[in-house]
Design a protein around this ligand. Structure first.
Ligand SMILES: N[C@@H](CCC[C@H](N)C(=O)O)C(=O)O
Length: 266
């Protein structure tokens, strides 16, 4: 099985080229690929399949089939879209410029040159009201946000580096029946926040694109039309623009390796 490895602010992915949709990608295979000791290691898998080879009906040539490291399916992955677009352009499967790709959360418009940062239109983040999570016995109030996938953005006052994210935050499954990605963010300047995240299905990651949009939306709370937010994550920095009708996520997308899994391993 051919693969490419890439990351966006160190949120890393195994990309599986599967233009004709012939791969039988089981949750177990995804978990093995993502295993950091016994596999290639990644926060998730991006299967690159032509939309016409899927059950989805969308006006885009390519569909991003995203899976979390535990093998579960998620609706959207902001950094994944950026890395996926960089892969398609690098492989000559899509042109530099502006075009749509299909995801389970709908079409996403990407903008990119032959190299460098990738920007993706993420849609309007939906603020859904208050929520709560607890971590190491402490309770954190947050804002529930949908960016196609579910988030709880919790504002904190201490540096986020001080948080113990070695265990998953607890939350009320009645409030988050499909699970939730939990972000902790602190304001460090004007429209500038630092953030850490514990992702559903992947654990703590060094960045989460949809999470950065959720955090910017929660911090702005509907007051920042046209405003540009800087979000620092453990893996680097991204920019989020909220314009009242949609949002944009911009940041680096890097391909680092490619190869072939050993026959019979998966
Ligand atoms: N890292 C991603 C989000 C991936 C999906 C998430 N773990 C979920 O289950 O919703 C991003 O960059 O947005």
């Amino acid at each position: 099985m051919r693969f490419v490895k890439g990351h966006g602010t160190e949120n890393d992915f195994v990309i599986l080229p599967d233009p004709d949709g012939v791969l039988d990608l089981t949750p177990e295979a995804v978990a093995r690929l993502c295993d950091r000791r016994a596999g290639i290691g990644a926060d998730g898998v991006l299967r690159a399949v032509r939309t016409k080879a899927t059950e989805f009906d969308a006006d885009a040539e390519w569909f991003m089939d995203y899976r979390n490291a535990d093998g579960g399916i998620a609706e959207m992955c902001g950094n994944g879209v950026r890395v996926f677009a960089r892969y398609l352009v690098d492989a000559g499967l899509a042109p530099p410029g502006e075009w749509d790709l299909a995801t389970r959360a709908g079409l996403r418009r990407v903008t990119l040159g032959p190299s460098g940062d990738v920007s993706v239109e993420m849609g309007l983040p939906e603020l859904l009201g208050p929520g709560e999570a607890s971590l190491a016995g402490a309770s954190f109030a947050g804002e529930r946000v949908s960016v196609g996938n579910p988030h709880l953005a919790c504002r904190v006052t201490e540096p986020v580096a001080a948080l113990d994210l070695s265990h998953a935050p607890d939350f009320d499954p009645a409030v988050f029946p499909a699970g939730v990605n939990v972000e902790f963010y602190r304001s460090v300047g004007e429209r500038h926040v630092e953030m850490r995240v514990y992702e559903r299905g992947s654990g703590e990651t060094r960045s989460c694109g949809t999470g950065t949009v959720a955090v910017a939306a929660a911090a702005a709370h509907g007051t920042a039309d046209g405003a540009e937010w800087t979000v620092d994550v453990p893996g680097g920095r991204v920019t989020v623009v909220l314009d009242g009708e949609t949002s944009f996520l911009r940041g680096p997308a890097v391909l680092v390796a490619e190869g072939e899994t050993r026959p019979g391993w998966i």
